[in-house]
Write a protein that binds this ligand. Structure first.
Ligand code: NAD
Ligand code: IPM
Ligand code: MN
Length: 359
């Protein structure tokens, strides 16, 4: 029996609501399957911590996280702290420094739920978005001079390195190769952006030679938004820059049904550092504390975490339970239902117990 130690950072907004729901569901899985044990350690970093201590995380943040097998993260951001302070204080202080360079964001329409696209059929939206997670506009390079003057200049430097682009491209080609359709779309903007984006195109061509069975094509990011809406079935695995995929992953989630189901893995594929798993959505101030947040994005993120840890069976059982619950119409408001976070959590736990007994 494997034993795992997980850092849980629920942080702000609906984060604590969906992370505690996910912990409940994972503990149920462990209890029913008896194949693994999992211990969650609560780490109180977030905006309340910041207000008390003047910083979002402890100074030894990376060492703290390195002492666990993985991190399950909620969301950070509060109405009364500027977003760039909270995000760079916590989440972005982890992703880049821990070199979690592959952000994998699967998107799929669950049974019993609907895409807002009028003509979308079941199975049309089943994508893996691969987001470069350490460079681009998120490198932290840039600055402001002559602050507040009319001649102020501000820069936000998008950094792309050969090493950074090559490793995410290889990762994406391998992801595409492992999927039945072996289809990869590389998203850039190499018509107007003639340095970094041209590097992306060149690296894609070079890496593609090592994956001759992967069919791949290139899209400019603006045209890509149109293709996602008009021809969703033509897409499978998609790779792009940190900023482009940030935007496309929210669009993809909405097209699949709701941002409330979209998960993400922030992976260090070399496994030198523990990976971090989190829903794609944020703090959702408008529904915080109302008990109506959709916990499915965090359930799916926890499932991806179990898979990364080697618990493939547990992952599959969790996803099966989630799908059955959706199919049964136990849906939160974002998916057109009336169920609360607790209703969905209980239904998934009951379904895990039922599936467990069936074996
Ligand atoms: P958001 O994702 O928090 O919310 C956008 C909309 O989606 C809202 O209407 C919200 O109610 C809805 N929504 C999100 N998650 C939902 C869920 N699980 N169930 C049902 N509905 C859900 O995006 P935002 O409003 O742009 O950001 C709010 C705050 O969160 C900001 O501070 C932002 O910086 C931060 N943020 C954090 C993360 C993160 O920690 N990973 C991600 C995105 C945004
Ligand atoms: C996401 C979020 C983050 C990002 C923010 C909150 C820093 O939007 O995970 O998609 O831009 O990466
Ligand atoms: Mn985002």
């Amino acid at each position: 029996q494997h034993k795992y130690r997980i850092a849980s950072i629920p942080a702000d907004g609906i984060g604590p609501e969906v992370v505690s729901a996910a912990i409940e569901v994972v503990q149920k899985l462990s209890e029913v399957s008896k194949t693994f044990e999992i211990e969650f350690t609560h780490i109180p970093w977030g905006t309340a911590y910041y207000k008390e201590h003047g910083r979002y995380v402890d100074e030894n943040v990376l060492d703290v996280l390195r002492s666990y097998d993985a991190t399950l993260f909620g969301s950070v951001g509060a109405p009364d702290v500027p977003d760039h302070i909270s995000l760079w204080g916590l989440l972005l202080a982890i992703r880049g420094p821990l070199q979690l360079y592959a952000n994998v964001r699967p998107v799929r329409t669950f049974p019993g739920t609907q895409s807002p696209l009028r003509n979308a059929k079941a199975g049309d939206i089943d994508w893996i978005l691969v987001r470069e997670n350490s460079e681009g506009e998120y490198s932290g390079h840039g600055g402001r001079s002559h602050r507040g003057q009319v001649w102020e200049v501000a820069t936000e430097v998008a950094i792309f390195t050969y090493v950074g682009v090559e490793r995410i491209m290889r990762f994406a080609f391998a992801q595409a190769q492992a999927r039945p359709r072996k289809l990869l779309t590389v998203v850039t903007k190499s018509n107007s952006l003639r340095n970094g984006m041209v590097l992306w195109d060149e690296v894609a061509l070079k890496v593609s030679k090592d994956y001759p069975d992967v069919k791949w094509d290139k899209m400019l990011v603006d045209a890509m938004t149109v293709r996602m809406v008009n021809n969703p079935e033509s897409l499978d695995t998609i790779v792009g820059t940190n900023l482009h995929m940030d935007i496309l992953s929210d669009l993809a989630a909405a097209l699949a049904g709701s941002i409330g189901v979209a998960p993400s893995s922030n992976l260090d594929p070399t496994r030198k550092n523990p990976s971090l798993f989190e829903p794609v959505h944020g703090s959702a101030f408008d529904i915080t504390g109302k008990g109506v947040a959709n916990p499915v994005a965090t359930f799916w993120s926890a499932a991806l975490m179990l898979e990364w840890l080697g618990e493939q069976d547990a992952k599959e059982r969790l996803m099966e339970a989630v799908e059955n619950v959706c199919q049964a119409g136990i849906l939160t408001k974002d998916l057109g239902g009336t169920a609360t976070t607790k209703d969905v959590t209980k239904a998934v736990c009951d379904e895990i117990a039922r599936l467990g007994k069936g074996k």
